[in-house]
Design a protein around this ligand. Structure first.
Ligand code: PLP
Length: 408
């Protein structure tokens, strides 16, 4: 991978922040967008914009082709069996809420179990809390090992024949761990439960094959994978989606409407009430083309190398605690620096042009498990390289010095 050539395709990266060249290390929150994505959306609005599925005119059919073409790209990216299995959503949060509201609320009742982990993002935790409250099901947690990984023995011990839903993130946005989704899915299925995967942090960085994983649902966000904000997708097995009720009603999703009764369109449109996110889908399609052109395996390897380098260099800094396992991690490192509050770390780094995130990363239960209230996080993507890690290390040395002097 030629990182310099890749970086040049991201106009936003070519700027100075506070007098320093920008080092963007917050891609786990949202990735930057390449010119091809920006151009595709601009072209769509300049040449093809119309509403989809109903226009007889040329622009209407062009917009429909663009929107449905993007669905095909998502289906191919995930190796779904058909485009019927891809529902466009606003992002991972909306996709997971759709499964919780439509599937789980009718599948769960008193005495049933929903199994998740303490490392989940709030988006894959609160919807299940709500289902548990509404149905009387019990929410159970697979415990974490001291390094933040999941052991298969614990998965076996937590999932039981009473479990109806298991929902786990593929990749942690805090610990950087890659969870054993295929094995967890097998255990879920053996117990008669469906397997839901939060793919927000996996889809941007590695090849994903939903049929190989055999998961039942898989959620993703476009904005974390070089696409625009406001678009994401839910993959669901057709056998399950076809039995689920829509949760949003109105235009676009209906077949026939009478004064007192209505019927729904076929999959996937019955879950897409209202005018869809057409330009967003076009941008997501262009992002998928971009990622596939660079190569998801290459991106994966590049980031794993970078993560090892960053984890090793950061761990060598006196007073720095890096969280999560040392190996088999994705391109992010979450850390704390001695007694310096992570917000102060992020502020000093920003003054050097380095963008990192500080806070609870939408994982408050995990923060409590780590016994901290917040952390700083540097997250990498295909446009980052070792020089960015070196700038981060230099910035952290300056931060420590600054606060060391300040504290006296
Ligand atoms: N799950 C994980 C692991 C995430 O990192 C995020 C976003 O940070 C989400 C879910 C929610 O994604 P979105 O805000 O795009 O819906």
């Amino acid at each position: 991978m030629n990182i310099q050539a890749i970086r040049e395709q991201f106009p936003i990266l070519n700027q100075e922040i506070n007098g320093h060249p920008l080092v963007y290390l917050d891609s786990a929150a949202t990735s930057q967008k390449p010119r091809s994505v920006l151009d595709a959306m601009k072209r769509y609005y300049e040449l093809d914009n119309a509403n989809v599925h109903r226009g007889v005119h040329t622009l209407g059919s062009r917009a429909t082709d663009a929107y449905e073409g993007a669905r095909e790209k998502v289906a191919k990216l995930l190796n779904a069996a058909s485009t019927d299995e891809i529902i466009f959503t606003r992002g991972t949060t909306t996709a997971l809420n759709l499964v919780a509201s439509s599937y789980a609320r009718s599948a769960c009742s008193e005495g049933d179990e929903i199994v998740i982990t303490p490392m989940e993002h709030h988006s894959n935790l609160i919807p299940w809390q709500q289902v548990a409250k509404a149905t009387g099901a019990t929410l159970k947690y697979i415990p974490l090992q001291p390094d933040g990984t999941i052991s298969i023995a614990d998965v076996e011990a937590t999932i039981t024949p009473r479990t109806k839903v298991v929902s786990v993130m593929y990749v942690s946005n805090v610990l950087g761990v890659i969870n054993p989704i295929r094995e967890i899915t097998q255990i879920a299925h053996r117990n008669g439960a469906v397997m839901v995967v939060d793919g927000a942090q996996s889809t941007p960085h590695m090849k994903v094959d939903v049929r190989d994983l055999d998961c039942d649902f898989y959620a993703l966000s476009g904005h974390k994978m070089c696409g625009p904000t406001g678009i994401g997708a839910l993959y669901g097995k057709k056998s399950l989606l076809s039995k689920m009720e829509p949760i949003e009603f109105g235009g676009e999703m209906i077949d026939h409407v009478d004064l007192y009764e209505s019927t729904w369109k076929d999959l996937p449109w019955r879950f897409e009430g209202g005018t869809p996110i057409i330009a967003g889908a076009v941008g997501l399609g262009a992002a998928i083309d971009f990622l596939q052109e660079v190569g998801l395996d290459e991106i994966d390897q590049h980031e794993k190398r970078l993560a090892e380098y960053a984890y090793t260099r950061l761990s060598q800094l006196e007073g720095l605690t890096a969280y999560g396992p040392a190996h088999n991690r994705v391109g992010l490192v979450t850390f704390n620096l001695e007694d310096v509050h992570p917000h102060d770390v992020a502020t000093v780094l920003d003054s050097k042009g380095i963008a990192v995130r500080a806070g609870h990363h939408c994982c408050q239960p995990l923060m409590r498990w780590l016994n901290v209230s917040a952390t700083a996080r540097a997250s990498f993507y295909l446009y980052n390289d070792e020089a960015d890690v070196d700038r981060l290390v230099e910035g952290l040395l300056q931060t420590r010095e600054f606060f060391g002097h300040a504290i006296g």
